[in-house]
Design a protein around this ligand. Structure first.
Ligand code: ADP
Ligand code: MG
Length: 701
């Protein structure tokens, strides 16, 4: 059967009909033969064994039994009725029970006729009972396709109510194989099949639905997972290549005076190997005639700022302006201060624009920006306002991309006729697997090395009951001249309560650390920006020793003398947030500490998070654990959660297959970008079919 006839509406499959077609559509999204063929089982059950009722154990797993129904009755219960059948074989008696779909069972079940039943057995009221068993007449069972492993398909309550059981679905799939003689168009090239020793398409589809043995099942799964990931990667990589061809960028071909002067005379430290490599990657993009769209990821403290500065110097050397946008005022201020310091003596002009910059101060900024006099602008969302017009913006850098939406990023594009180069920096490392799948169309640079001399932060978990000891520890550290962060959770849903916790905490800390020996700052989201700024600056200057705050300090704040991070109610924070918070310390030469405070009651997941934090400082490792705990949808935000709606592959577990698929997709497109070579026609055809019938798993926008 060719690919087109697999587009036949499912209603025309023998055994379906209008009613079932509608249910299959609404419940499983199955519209065509193809869709049903691509409904892959969730798991498989060993069906080679039969049990006798007399052999059953109280904790038996799924069992398969041959016997007859001798009696059927309705039993009234609190909520509605249940249907109960007495089921016997030569060794004993048990009950079969239905709560749903009773009418259908009553009308269709045959009394005193041999059935093969299958399900999990319960011990209930002194008897074995099996709720909602799978059932098949023994004579049909014997005629049916013999498989060692019975596939279990996704199911819903409505499906079972309508009598579309697992067995029925399996039968329908069988019907497709009968009508097509099980011959399906190959969708991968000979070369790939050969190189990766992949099972052919027809054999894979057969064995995924009717596995002949474990080995063939494993091969079928590998082939189909590979295929799924391969075509997604093809799409992403093709999109990236097209982007580079189509979207012209400014060509920064000069590595000029400013860049070289800075490198020789102003760089306050030796760059790490990773920083050098990343700068080289960025330079490559900037001189390539195409618009740069690069994600720069690097753990907190890995030194992304200097990379940003050097990229901005390249822009200025080529006669362009650059901007850097940060998600909060505090962070924008810090960037401005830090970068101004770095640029001292270079003659480069740099200004700050945030919501709290006064109108009178804005006018000159606007003017200098339009005249080109101002070379670097640092700020918050305020940069996106229409009034902010650049003479020639050549490079836009966005820090901490998780906080900005795609829409905001694209607003930056439209500040010019030709879009500026874009560099997105994030300290929340996206797990490699996700980066590969989601940002296949962005280029990714990674700083995977910390500047030398950093002492790893020591992280411990302490229960609230040990608070006194923790306070003593704080006192000792302050005596040594260190500064302390104490962070409280602030979750939108319980905002009022959280503020109360914060204020209660602040009061109790003020009591334990009284004036005049101790000075305390407090910063939270309900304060006016100016007040926040004031409190923050006292801490930065070392006038206060303790900073009590909500997560507003999460992003980017840099106070090297602060060496202790206390996180209250740590069980309520997500892993990436905990890691971000911890990154506020460990920036100076002293040994730093992170103390995770929690109550006694912890969920398993919370325990895993805490253990992960105690065990590692590696942001990538943490991101991978986070991905496993929360799943990709959560990590990327609901907006993109549908994105990874894979049919068979699992983005976390099938990481290796993903890498292989990406590698081969990349090779193929490098070698034959428009898939014109005869040996790639198969792929070209399959790809266009996928796109045409939207079977390409509705991938990224
Ligand atoms: P992040 O990647 O979190 O933005 P920063 O750019 O703020 O990190 O850098 C963190 C600290 O490390 C800063 O104080 C910076 O001056 C310092 N730093 C960055 N690169 C190096 C380096 N190669 N050697 C020494 N210190 C460095
Ligand atoms: Mg930073």
């Amino acid at each position: 059967m060719n690919a087109n006839s697999l587009q036949t509406p499912i209603v025309y499959l023998k055994g379906v009909g209008p009613n079932r077609a509608e249910t299959l559509q609404s419940e499983l999204g199955i519209h065509t033969f193809q869709d049903l063929l691509n409904l892959f089982p969730n798991r498989y059950i060993d069906k080679t064994q039969y049990y006798k009722i007399g052999q059953l154990q109280r904790n038996s797993a799924d069992v398969q039994i041959v016997g007859k129904i001798v009696h059927l009755k309705s039993v009234e219960q609190k909520k509605g009725k249940r249907l109960v059948a007495s089921f016997v074989d030569e060794t004993g008696e048990m009950e079969l029970v239905w709560f749903r779909g009773q009418k259908w069972i009553r009308e269709n079940i045959k009394i005193n006729t041999p059935y093969v039943i299958f399900s999990k057995c319960n011990w209930f009221n002194g008897k074995f009972s099996m709720p909602h068993p799978e059932m098949e007449l023994q004579k049909d069972h014997e005629q049916g396709l013999k498989v060692a492993m019975q596939p279990v398909y996704p199911s819903t309550e409505k499906l079972s109510n309508k009598g579309i059981s697992n067995r029925v679905i399996s039968k329908l799939v069988q019907q497709i194989f009968i009508e097509t003689k099980g011959r399906f168009t190959e969708t991968l090239s000979e070369k790939l099949l050969f190189e990766l020793k992949l099972l052919p398409k027809s054999e894979s589809l057969f064995n995924i639905h009717f596995p002949k043995n474990q080995e063939l099942l494993a091969k079928a799964q590998f082939r189909l997972k590979f295929e799924e990931l391969f075509y997604i990667q093809m799409q992403l990589i093709a999109k990236n290549m097209l982007h580079k061809k189509k979207i012209k960028g400014f060509n920064f071909d000069q590595v000029g005076i400013l860049f070289n002067d800075f490198y020789k005379n102003h760089l306050p430290f030796e760059l790490t190997g990773a920083q050098k490599r990343v700068i080289k990657e960025i330079r490559g993009d900037l001189g390539s005639n195409a618009q740069m769209n690069r994600l720069l990821q690097g753990d907190v403290g890995s030194g992304k700022t200097i990379v940003a500065v050097m990229a901005m110097l390249l822009a200025i050397d080529n006669g362009f302006q650059a901007c850097l946008m940060a998600p909060t005022e505090i962070l924008a201020n810090q960037h401005y201060t830090g970068i101004s310091e770095l640029l001292e003596g270079t003659g480069i002009t740099c200004s700050l624009l945030t919501g709290s910059v006064k109108k009178s101060a804005r006018r000159p900024i606007h003017e200098q920006l339009e005249s080109g006099e101002l070379q670097i602008l640092i700020g918050t969302h305020a940069l996106l306002e229409d009034k902010v017009k650049f003479k020639n913006l050549g490079l836009a850098i966005v820090d901490e991309q998780h906080r900005f939406g795609v829409a905001q990023r694209s607003k930056l594009w439209h500040k010019n006729d030709i879009p500026p180069h874009i560099l997105v920096m994030t300290a929340t490392p996206i797990p490699r697997t996700l980066a590969m799948s989601l940002y296949g169309d962005l280029d990714v640079s990674t700083i995977d090395e910390l500047p030398p001399g950093r002492k790893p932060i020591k992280t411990v978990h302490r229960f609230d009951s040990n608070r006194l000891k923790v306070f003593q520890f704080i006192r000792d550290e302050i005596k040594k001249g260190r500064q302390i962060y104490i962070v409280y959770p602030l979750i939108q849903e319980s905002e009022a309560l959280d503020y109360k916790d914060l204020m209660d905490g602040y009061e109790s800390i003020s009591r334990d650390f009284p004036l005049p020996d101790f000075q305390i700052s407090i910063v939270h989201g309900q304060m006016k920006p100016a007040d926040k700024e004031y409190e923050m600056s006292r801490f930065v200057k070392g006038e206060t020793q303790i900073m009590v705050a909500t997560t507003v300090i999460e992003v980017g704040v840099n106070v090297p003398n602060a060496s202790v991070m206390i996180i209250e109610s740590a069980e309520r924070f997500g892993l990436s947030q905990l890691h971000q918070l911890r990154g506020r310390v460990g920036r100076g030469a002293d040994q730093s500490f992170c103390i995770l405070m929690t109550g006694n009651k912890l969920s398993t997941e919370a325990k895993t998070r805490l253990q992960t934090m105690v065990h590692t400082n590696d942001g990538f490792e943490i991101a991978e654990v986070d991905l496993k705990l929360r799943g990709p949808g959560d990590i990327m935000g609901t907006q993109q959660s549908g994105v990874l709606n894979l049919k068979i592959a699992d983005i976390v577990k099938d990481n290796d297959i993903l890498k292989t698929a990406r590698y081969h997709a990349m090779q193929l497109l490098k070698d034959d970008p428009s898939l014109e070579k005869p040996e790639n026609l198969v792929i070209r055809h399959a790809y266009s079919q996928l796109v045409k019938y939207k079977n390409i798993w509705n991938y990224i926008s």
